[in-house]
Design a protein around this ligand. Structure first.
Ligand SMILES: Nc1ncnc2c1ncn2[C@@H]1O[C@H](COP(=O)(O)OP(=O)(O)O)[C@@H](O)[C@H]1O
Ligand SMILES: [Mg+2]
Length: 246
C-alpha cells in the first residue's frame, strides 16, 4: 500500500537516505527504528510531501506521489493522519471540543452533530469519561490518546506516529501501544511508527525496518529481529553500549 523505492535524500553534501526500499501493507503496524539522526523522520516526511526525494519513488497504492504538485498533494495528506511527540491540543477547549473542532471544520457539521461524532472518537481511544475535562488536567499519555482521537476524525487510511511513547511513563506508554494495535486491528488503519522504545517494538510491531547509515539494515518481523545475527541489529535491540555501531 505504501512503497518507497530506491529513495535517496541528501541535505547539502550530507547523504541521509541512500537507496531505501520499504513497503508497508494495509492495516500493518510498521515500525521505523534506528539511531537518532539516522533519517527516520526524514523518511516519513517524504510520505506526506514535506520533503521530496532526490532519487527514487514513493507509491501510495499504485499512485506515484513523490512528484505531485503541492496542490495535488492535498488529496494525499487527507488520507494521512499525524500524531506528534508533543500534544498539540488547545488548552482552552475541553477534550471533546478539541476533537469536535476538525469535524466541524472539515465535515461542515453543526456543533451538536460534531459533538456526537467526537464522543464516538473518544470512545475509540477509551477516553469518553474525560470528554468534559480540559487537557491540562490530564497526564501526557491521556493527552496523546485525545490527540489520536482527533486524528481519527479525518478517517485516515494511515497514521504516522513520531515517537509516540517518548517521555511517557511506562504504564501510559503501554496504553498507547495497545491503542495503536487496536487502530490497526479494529479500524484497519495502517500505523507507521517511528520509535526507539524496545518494549513497544517487541510488543506490537507487525514488521520493523531498521535504518543504518542511510540504508535498510534489516526489514522483518519481530521474530526475524530477535533471531538476527547481525551485530548492528543485535546491538540496537539489546540496547548495548558496546558493539559495532558508530
Ligand atoms: N530540513 C533539513 N535540512 C537539513 N538537514 C536535515 C533536515 N531534516 C533533517 N536533516 C538531517 O537529516 C538527518 C536525519 O534527521 P532525522 O530524520 O530527523 O533523524 P531521526 O532518525 O532522529 O528522526 C539529521 O542529520 C538531520 O540533521
Ligand atoms: Mg526523528
Amino acid at each position: 500500500m505504501i512503497r518507497f523505492v530506491g529513495l535517496s535524500k541528501s541535505f547539502g553534501s550530507k547523504s541521509v537516505l541512500d537507496g531505501v526500499d520499504v513497503s508497508i501493507g494495509k492495516g500493518e503496524v510498521f515500525f521505523i527504528i534506528g539511531q537518532s539522526g539516522v533519517g527516520k523522520s526524514v523518511l516519513i516526511k517524504h510520505l506526506i510531501g514535506l520533503l521530496r526525494p532526490d532519487r527514487g519513488e514513493i507509491y501510495l497504492d499504485d499512485q506515484e506521489i513523490s512528484r505531485l504538485t503541492e496542490r495535488q498533494y492535498f488529496a494525499v495528506r487527507r488520507r494521512c493522519g499525524m500524531v506528534f511527540q508533543h500534544s498539540t491540543l488547545f488548552d482552552s477547549l475541553t477534550c471533546i471540543e478539541n476533537v469536535a473542532l476538525p469535524i466541524r471544520k472539515h465535515k461542515h457539521l453543526g456543533k451538536k452533530k460534531a459533538l456526537v461524532e467526537a464522543r464516538k472518537r473518544l470512545e475509540q481511544v477509551h477516553m469518553e469519561e474525560f470528554a468534559e475535562t480540559f487537557p491540562a488536567a490530564l497526564g501526557d499519555g491521556m493527552r496523546k490518546r485525545v490527540a489520536i482521537a482527533r486524528t481519527l476524525t479525518m478517517d485516515p487510511e494511515f497514521v504516522l506516529f513520531d515517537e509516540p511513547t517518548t517521555g511517557l511513563d511506562p504504564v501510559s506508554a503501554r496504553r498507547v501501544d495497545v491503542l495503536i494495535r487496536e487502530l490497526a486491528d479494529r479500524l484497519h488503519v495502517t500505523c507507521v511508527v517511528v520509535s526507539h522504545d524496545l518494549t513497544s517494538i517487541f510488543s506490537i510491531a507487525d514488521r520493523i525496518v531498521m535504518l543504518y547509515k542511510g540504508k535498510v539494515r534489516l526489514l522483518g518481523t519481530r521474530d526475524e529481529f530477535r533471531r538476527s545475527a547481525d551485530p548492528v541489529v543485535r546491538q540496537f535491540i539489546t540496547g548495548s553500549a558496546e558493539g559495532p555501531m558508530e
